[in-house]
Design a protein around this ligand. Structure first.
Ligand code: NAD
Length: 400
């Protein structure tokens, strides 16, 4: 916790796999104490509560009535998020809501409106907003070492090994479908990296023979001539899982690997001044990769190699922009690769909760606030509708 004095009572609603992961990730934040665990399956709540000496409940209404609960983590399947978030916010609780914030933009807007009325802080667990690799890229953008992002392409060969045929994930009434259940992370990441949400979206879905939709693809246009594509395929064994986020900044390209990014290569064409700035990055790695609440493990590295005069000294032109950029930069950002995925994942959740507590204590707006959650759900819902109707849909929001 940030103040070191305030104690926050913490309740978890939805004591399944991810709720347990979140509780373990945030459990040692100073100032937090687990006071209640709730689950529709009381036995699950009881098992988890016994680890913390916490009270056992069945639902959010009971939890929201407790005076010793200040922060409520919502980790039920997605269909329950909007209603439970509104209940907790109305009771004045801070809410840490699993993604997606809601199944529809209408419901997400209800939560967002309630979060503005409530004295509680609302954070949606879009863990990518708290990832050091993506934070670094956003910082380099703000400092104009990267040009505006013109292309975001995410390829997700995800595992379905633990998703049995009757899992709620496959049921759109409970999960919202893949664009909503999982896609929101990446619609939001694209919004954050581009600084603006989409203008239009077009999507398709692919059904496995005799089974559910297990592959989806969406393309979105963003302001200033940018485009994002999002491909999710829940068809792999764990060992064959792989993800690539390819980011095109014109003279620079970044390739980020892992759905929880733990490694990236960046290739840039630059001039003398740019080369000097890139070469300074390794010495600033700790600062550039810092995310409040995320504890580095100490092996994080940024390495930079500059091949001077690797290209011609003549002006180079792309999309109407002309530059003299003879030097080639190869930058590697390494948080430890796949071996560190679970560590970075848990620490990103810890950072998201730290953000919530910081705002509860000092005011301010969390990185993954209700507006970010609403915008992502609106895009995901439009993608889902586009896939079912074959139409390109125009979005009105636009703000990241
Ligand atoms: N942010 C991330 O990276 C990330 C990763 C995985 C899962 N998730 C999200 O976490 C949420 C939970 O996923 P999971 O895999 O743990 O599911 P799960 O099925 O393992 O657990 C859900 C639990 O919620 C309980 N439940 C259902 N409805 C309830 C209600 N109305 N009130 C109280 N309890 C209720 C169920 O009994 C179950 O124990 C989902 O929204 C999922 O999208 C987020």
């Amino acid at each position: 916790m940030t103040s070191g004095t305030t104690q926050y009572g913490l309740a978890l609603v939805g004591c399944g796999a991810f709720g347990t992961f979140v509780l373990d990730a945030v459990g040692d934040i100073p100032g937090l104490r687990v006071t209640a665990c709730a689950d529709a399956d009381r036995q699950r709540a009881r098992t988890l509560a016994s680890r913390f000496g916490a009270a056992v409940h069945a639902d959010v209404t009971e939890v929201a009535a407790r005076a010793d609960v200040d922060v409520v983590i919502l980790a039920t399947p997605p269909a329950a998020h909007a209603e439970t978030a509104v209940t907790a916010l109305r009771a004045g609780k801070h809410v840490f809501c699993e993604k997606p914030m809601a199944l529809t933009a209408e419901d997400a807007a209800r939560v967002e409106a309630e979060s503005r009325r409530s004295r509680g802080v609302f954070v949606v667990d879009h863990v990518l907003r708290y990832n050091p690799v993506l934070r670094l890229l956003m910082r380099l953008g703000e400092e104009h070492l990267l040009d505006p992002l013109r292309r975001f392409a995410f390829e997700n060969d995800a595992a379905d090994e633990d998703l049995d045929a009757d899992h709620w994930f496959w049921n759109p009434d409970r999960s919202g479908g893949i664009h909503i259940e999982h896609g929101v992370h990446f619609f939001d990441a694209a919004n954050a990296l581009m600084g603006a949400g989409p203008l239009q979206v077009q999507a398709m879905e692919v059904r496995r023979e005799g089974g559910p939709v297990d592959m989806v693809v969406a393309t979105a246009t963003h302001p200033q001539g940018a485009v994002s594509t999002h491909m999710h395929s829940f068809t792999h064994a764990h060992r064959a899982e792989r993800q690539l986020m390819r980011l095109d900044y014109g003279f620079t390209e970044a390739r980020v690997t892992g759905w929880i990014p733990t490694f990236a290569t960046i290739t840039a064409w630059t001039d003398d001044a740019g080369a000097a700035r890139w070469e300074a990055l390794p010495g600033q790695a700790a600062e550039l990769l810092a995310v409040p609440g995320l504890r580095p493990h100490g092996q994080e590295r940024i390495t930079v190699t500059v091949a001077r005069d690797a290209g011609s000294g003549r002006p180079a032109r792309g999309r109407g922009v002309t530059r003299v950029v003879p030097h080639r930069v190869d930058c590697v950002v390494d948080l430890g690769g796949e071996d560190r995925k679970q560590y970075v994942y848990a620490e990103s959740v810890r950072a998201a909760m730290t953000d919530l507590l910081h705002c509860a204590e000092h005011g301010g707006t969390p990185q993954a606030d209700a507006t970010a959650g609403l915008t992502a759900v609106a895009v995901a819902e439009a993608a889902t509708r586009s896939a079912r109707t074959g139409r390109t849909l125009t979005l009105t929001g636009g703000a990241p």
